[in-house]
Design a protein around this ligand. Structure first.
Ligand code: NAD
Ligand code: TYD
Length: 340
């Protein structure tokens, strides 16, 4: 097995920390440099079990810091770029930082990757760059779907995707790009729908559902996302984009919340319908046949099993999420008083 050094950005966040755990277990010979600014979404506790491991080097720092990024990129073979401002609701309340981190930060990393001749820059992006599909239609996003971002978050992510491809075309930077659907699972910040629902129910609180609850997301278990990134890093072709999704059938927010309620033995009276999100995308659905056909990937866990695992994790890791919920109080206050 060849040894390599990976620079993982945003490795203290939800997907990044899951990926670091996944990669270190599977490739113990590799070194991971984990660059994370520890914003509200970044948490050293998500990496606590890696404390003292020589081949995991945590660097607290901002991807926009050119000097730092250049320095740590020196011996890096592969960049796996997760770092971003990622929460749509926060982007509606305060878009500025989304542009700074997601667009400018990505450009700083791209420059450093070029300068230091990294072998592969892998960019993690979202299906939200493709906009919104019609409810009830059978249409799905695929690698040829035109971009149509509709929130400050997805617009900034779209900007970062365009930059990555432009660096590939213009300067020959070797890259791959994945657009994935909504992830769920362990270490998910408790202001996103699933962990919010689960932790509220543990505490005897209601589950806030936006609008009529009929919006559709394509849910992907985070471990399956990690295995898909692994496939792309290992066998993905330079310059290619792969879409990653978890489902084959539409399921509305309301239906998923009802599944969570049932798995936690709670009644539907715990649902609280609230004012809708501004510009709330109606439906996402991902056609993941390209990665399946070309790289042999498919999700290994269905939604019910993934939810069981996720619920058990939040029940058993209350010391992880309780301080985060406390810390997000101001966000909850600002977000849940919004008017239609
Ligand atoms: P997250 O918000 O949980 O984590 C982001 C991490 O990046 C945090 O640890 C944070 O501290 C760090 N970070 C933020 N700004 C930084 C900066 N300027 N410099 C260095 N570090 C910084 O996000 P996530 O849910 O883990 O998402 C990871 C990536 O996957 C993002 O690029 C996101 O757009 C993409 N994505 C996420 C989902 C999802 O469902 N969560 C779906 C599709 C795509
Ligand atoms: P979220 O987890 O914020 O992801 P995204 O907006 O990136 O898809 O939300 C998932 C879905 O759940 C989305 O349709 C909005 C909805 N939602 C609620 O109904 N109530 C909530 O309290 C939250 C946070 C989200």
């Amino acid at each position: 097995m060849t040894k390599q050094t990976l620079l993982v950005t945003g490795g203290a966040g939800f997907i990044g920390s899951n990926f670091v755990h996944y990669w270190m277990k599977k490739n113990p010979q590799d070194t991971i440099i984990n660059l994370d600014a520890l914003t509200y979404a970044g948490n050293r506790e998500s990496l606590a079990d890696l404390e003292g491991q020589q081949n995991h080097v945590f660097v607290e720092g901002n991807i926009i810091d050119r000097e730092l990024v250049n320095k740590i990129m020196a011996d890096v073979d592969t960049v796996v770029h997760f770092a971003a401002e990622s929460h749509v609701d926060r982007s509606i309340l305060n878009p500025d930082i989304f542009l700074e981190t997601n667009v400018m930060g990505t450009q700083v990393l791209l420059d450093a990757a070029l300068k230091n001749k990294v072998k592969r820059f892998h960019h993690i992006s979202t299906d939200e760059v493709f906009g919104s599909l019609e409810l009830g239609s059978s249409e799905k996003f695929n690698e040829h779907t035109p971009y149509d971002p509709r929130s400050p978050y997805s617009a900034a992510k779209a900007g970062s995707d365009h930059l990555v491809r432009a660096y590939g075309e213009t300067y020959g930077l070797p890259f791959t790009l994945t657009n994935c659907s909504n992830n769920y699972g362990e270490y998910h910040f408790p202001e996103k729908l699933f962990p919010l629902a689960i932790t509220n129910l543990i505490d005897g609180l209601k589950v806030p559902v936006y609008g009529d609850g009929l919006n559709v997301r394509d849910w992907l278990y985070v471990q399956d996302h990690c295995s898909a990134i692994d496939r792309v890093l290992t066998d993905g072709k330079d310059g290619e984009t792969y879409l990653i999704g978890g489902l084959t059938k539409d399921i509305s927010n309301l239906e998923v919340v009802k599944m969570i309620l049932s798995l936690m033995n709670k009644s539907e009276a715990e649902i609280e319908f609230i004012a809708d999100r501004k510009g709330h995308d109606r439906r996402y659905s991902v056609d993941w046949t390209k990665i399946n056909r070309e790289l042999g990937w498919e999700p290994s866990v269905d939604l019910e099993e993934g939810l069981r695992r996720t619920i058990a994790w939040y029940e058993n890791n209350q010391a992880w999420w309780r301080p985060l919920k406390e810390q997000a109080k101001d966000f909850f206050k600002a977000n849940y008083k919004k008017e239609n």
